[in-house]
Design a protein around this ligand. Sequence first.
Ligand SMILES: Cc1cc2nc3c(=O)[nH]c(=O)nc-3n(C[C@H](O)[C@H](O)[C@H](O)COP(=O)(O)O)c2cc1C
Length: 172
Amino acid sequence: MSDSVLVGYATRYGSTREVAETVAATLRAQGLAVEVQPLRAVRSLAGYRAVVVGAPLFLFRWHSDALRFLARHRAALAQRPVAVFALGPVHDPYDEAEWQHSGDQLAKALAQTPWLTPVALKLFGGKYDPSKLRFPIKQLAGAAPASDLRDWPAIRAWAAALRPLLTGRAEG
Ligand SMILES: Cc1cc2nc3c(=O)[nH]c(=O)nc-3n(C[C@H](O)[C@H](O)[C@H](O)COP(=O)(O)O)c2cc1C
């Protein structure tokens, strides 16, 4: 097993990829070797010591690439530390009920993989850009305004705290 960490992401509109890249940059700044890959492009976990999985919630579900990734790599993931994050809530200002619903959606998704015990699990706010939506999603989404609830200091702080959880050591 190599020493590098995989930060794998799923995305539809790009905002989760940007969060994955920020998580990776934060881990690199702590001296870890990190690769960022779309989850659907990952063929083997043989080269990685630990994995961070990030994907958005979309139409009441976690992105299917994330669930497929967990199922496909179950045996390898069971032997490695795995941290999980999701993007979801987009209502600005803060809407407690929305965060609750998004958290429930994520919990429901992860209930499908009871063998997985993430070393860290986090829900972040997402980005909503109605100009990127196409039929029929545009019609479904209604008239909500554009927003970006990604909290970059919170994302960096979460990533910075991952290091000992992913490597089993605080330094070195
Ligand atoms: C059509 C649509 C449906 C969405 N459905 C949900 C949802 O069911 N639950 C949720 O928490 N977030 C939902 N979101 C918010 C997304 O999770 C958020 O926009 C996220 O940042 C998108 O990630 P991406 O840019 O990586 O695709 C939805 C967004 C869109 C555009």
